[in-house]
Structure formats: structure tokens, C-alpha cells
Design a protein around this ligand. Sequence first.
Ligand code: DCM
Length: 132
Amino acid sequence: MTEPTVVVAAALQESGRLLAARRSAPPELAGRWELPGGKVEPGEDPERALVRELREELGIGAELVERVPGEWPLKPGYVLRVWTARRLSGRPRPLEDHDELRWLGPDEIWSVDWLDQDVPAVRAVLAALAPR
Ligand code: DCM
């Protein structure tokens, strides 16, 4: 059995808002919103992969805070893992794969059309961010 390909994504938070990104490709995902991220390359550390993806896709420097517990199935052979993250430098811009970014306040989280597979991940992010 081959291991699933890991897709890593970030819950970037700033001033109590969460960054959502609207996909521009591929056609079947275009227009839907996701937590920004992408595929881990063979042999690549997943956390380094996520920092790389945030630099490539959004043009920002970021550091990961903690893994959000859980793992969510994407298409067959792919799983999604999520980390909370903090922006260190740069202002996010939709450089690759996205055509719009939005910082969502607590009341706006469900105002965008998240990819089906990202919905349980976003719920887990909210649970992880809830005041403890
Ligand atoms: N993907 C997803 N949810 C995310 C990030 C990615 O469902 N938050 C999916 C979309 C692609 C695959 O993972 O099918 C790889 O993503 P990318 O094309 O961004 O590398």
C-alpha cells in the first residue's frame, strides 16, 4: 500500500481574523475557498512544505504555531493536515492558484463557499482557536 500524499494548509490568523483564499484552478475547484497550502513534495518535511507554499502562493514569510488535530481526506490518495500560523513578513497577495484573498472575522467564517473537504478542517481550526 502506498502512503497518501499529504496536502498541508495554514490557518493564518491576524487580529482575530482568518485568511481564506479563493482558488482559480483547476476548473472543478475554481471559485471555491480554501485554507492556503499545497502538496508536500516527496522527501520534504510537511512543516517546511507549508512555509514554502505560503511564500510561493501568498508571498509572505510565516511561522507555524501548532498542528490542528485531525486529518481530512481529499480526493483518493490525498489527505489534508492543517497548522495554525502567524505571518512574519509581507502582505498576502494571490500570486498562484488563487484570485482573491479575504480576512474573515468570527461572524464571516461561513460567508464563503469553502471546498467541501475544507469544511471539517475549518471547524477543527475554530475549535482549536476557541478561548480555552
Ligand atoms: N486542497 C484542498 N484544500 C486545501 C488545499 C489543497 O482540498 N486547503 C487540494 C486541492 C488539490 C490538492 O489539494 O486537489 C493540491 O493542492 P495544490 O493544487 O494547491 O497543490
